[in-house]
Design a binder for this molecule. Sequence first.
Ligand code: HEM
Ligand SMILES: [Ca+2]
Length: 297
Amino acid sequence: QLTSDFYKTTCPNLLRIVRGEVQKAIKAETRMAASLLRLHFHDCFVNGCDASILLDGSDGEKFAFPNVNSARGFEVVDQIKSSVESACSGVVSCADILAIAARDSVLLSGGKTWPVVLGRRDGLVSNQTGANSALPGPTETLGNITAKFANVGLNITDVVSLSGGHTIGQARCITFSNRLSPADSTMDASMMSELQTLCNSSSDGNKTAPFDRNSVDAFDNHYFQNLLSAKGLLSSDQILFSSDGATTTTKSLVQSYSNNFDLFMADFANSMIKMGNISPLTGSSGEIRKNCRVVNS
Ligand code: HEM
Ligand SMILES: [Ca+2]
């Protein structure tokens, strides 16, 4: 059972320290907010929220398909961990640091906040096969994506609200090039031609486009407004609303969020708390890692 006052006596300044470090990191690079939010998601879907994604090693999660050349922010996590260690050595888990950093990233990008619950411990293994199978991919059907969320106890409302995380950050050409040729008819024509130009040659796979063209760095509900006007970036974004995949439920949620920021934020916060509660290690399971990249010796 995770609680919001878990470190009240053992690390009273924890939240202030993390907030300060996240603020510094976003100031140095705005996109870092998106990268930190995504790390918590990719951690929680594989072996639960146990910082398994942070472990180094070519046989670990960092080298799984959804993460390799893609997941970023590991140096920032190291920096946060080292500040936390200076204040309270050996008590705060890397998994909790990811949960707090994700929460702060949303708030500092213009979104709202929620009470973050703590007390997770760090796992002893990084599960590359698990990452390859559990994390949803951008060309998967809505049914498949929904099933992967259901596997970790999340429902269709969670799928739609959490997809709103794509209101910040960027994606590489190779993650949406499936839509460019032949041209996907569920994409706005002018956006299509801009992306075709950006991702013109096969060597352009690592170039990036913003998820939310109206407000790349702001945590708002433009992501959902974009879906209404055929401007979702990934296939997995647009299928929440388009005729070729959406359900009545996903369509009506997209519509509601597109004209009600507060409703989106309330549901997003609720879903983030649920996601942060996926199979945490507690009690004497796992450990408190000294260095987020390696298990303690
Ligand atoms: C619903 C299924 C999802 C799919 C298929 C998906 C897929 C992707 C893909 C393909 C990228 C781009 C990666 C790259 O180009 O290297 C991405 C980026 C991102 N995703 Fe998702 N994602 C999903 C759900 C989520 C959720 C639940 C969150 C968080 C709540 C999230 C947050 C992000 C963020 C913030 C980025 C940008 C990261 C950055 O700019 O560094 N995504 N996602
Ligand atoms: Ca994990």
